[in-house]
Design a protein around this ligand. Structure first.
Ligand SMILES: C[S@@+](CC[C@H](N)C(=O)[O-])C[C@H]1O[C@@H](n2cnc3c(N)ncnc32)[C@H](O)[C@@H]1O
Length: 302
């Protein structure tokens, strides 16, 4: 039995807290100079390239991955925000390097994500048409089984300035499981009977459908500043409540402003590993995490 098999076996009998700490020790073990940007008893944030950290996470150790990778849509175009014309550019990280190179980027991180997921684990990928078809193709190419494609309808989307095509008002979220035959987590009852006041399409006590109407992040979610592609907390909370169980280990390789990390905390007894390459966005996330997570003494000296 190799070390990752031993770890996986041990996780079945040890607490989620212990499993979380084991993973962190494992990540840190191979690189002693690795200092997390933020650490609390339930959450850790690394300011690194996700490929670097993912390569240190033990195989088959993560319950759910939420990934909101660069959309590659920063093409110098314009959009309308609060009645003003603004650039669509989000940052250098969101610029396309051409179809082949963008596809290779997505292929590489999707393979790295697959390795760390448990066999029954699931992955969510969000995107627009600029990237989501590549990601959907690559999920299937790499052996994932697609469970749903969710339309996130942005009920307050910005108008289209060119008036030459339809106004973009949705993003797509792909939900897929690692192994087709494994039993994944879906909290059906919580989705059917839960309270979703933000969603004008969800009727009380009816099955949750695959079109979700959720407005852009509220002002209260930008209290410490905002990330240019920040997702609404309600969206991430729904994803986490739907597809993870108590004690689940959740990983986000493109943490951005930390929405998934906060949702993991609000969903109750979840463990979160975030990875973000940009130090400024780590700082923004850390400020938010400070508000939601109880910081603990660094017992593991990491
Ligand atoms: C679409 S945004 C994520 C937004 C996030 N979901 C939120 O709600 O705030 C993608 C993020 O991935 C980061 N990123 C890009 N390449 C990365 C890489 N190789 N490793 C880690 N983070 C990366 C970018 O800096 C950016 O913050």
């Amino acid at each position: 039995m190799d070390s990752s098999e031993q770890l996986s076996l041990a996780e079945k009998v040890i607490s989620p807290e212990k499993a979380f700490n084991n993973i962190i020790l494992h990540i840190n073990g191979a690189k002693t100079d690795l200092t997390p940007y933020y650490y609390s008893e339930n959450a850790i944030l690394f300011n690194n390239d996700c490929l670097d950290i993912l390569s240190r996470v033990p195989e088959n150790s993560i319950d759910m991955i939420f990934a909101d990778p660069p959309y590659m849509l920063s093409n110098n175009g314009f959009t309308c925000k609060n009645g003003r014309m603004v650039t669509v550019n989000k940052g250098e990280w969101d610029k396309s390097k051409g179809f082949e190179e963008d596809t290779l980027f997505h292929d590489t991180w999707i393979q790295a994500a697959r390795r760390v997921l448990k066999p029954e684990g699931t992955i969510w990928i969000s995107g627009t048409y600029h990237s989501i078809y590549q990601c959907g193709y690559l999920l299937q190419k790499n052996g994932f089984h697609i469970l749903n494609d969710i339309v996130w309808f942005k009920s307050n989307a910005s108008p289209n300035l060119s008036c030459r095509f339809f106004t973009a008002s949705h993003e797509t979220l792909l939900w897929a499981k690692k192994e087709k035959k494994a039993r994944h987590t879906f909290n059906y009852g919580e989705m059917k009977n839960g309270y979703f006041p933000e969603d004008k399409l969800k009727k009380e006590n009816t099955q949750m459908r695959s079109v979700w109407s959720i407005p852009a992040p509220k002002n209260s979610e930008k209290e410490f500043g905002k990330h240019p592609t920040q997702k609404p907390l309600d969206l991430l909370l729904r994803i986490i409540k739907a597809s993870t169980h108590d004690g689940a280990l959740i990983l986000d390789p493109f943490n951005g402003g930390g929405t998934s990390g906060i949702a993991a905390k609000l969903a109750g007894n979840r463990f979160y590993i975030g990875i973000e390459i940009d130090a400024g966005y780590c700082e923004l996330s850390a400020k938010k995490f400070e508000k939601f997570y109880r910081k603990v003494l660094n017992e593991n000296n990491i």
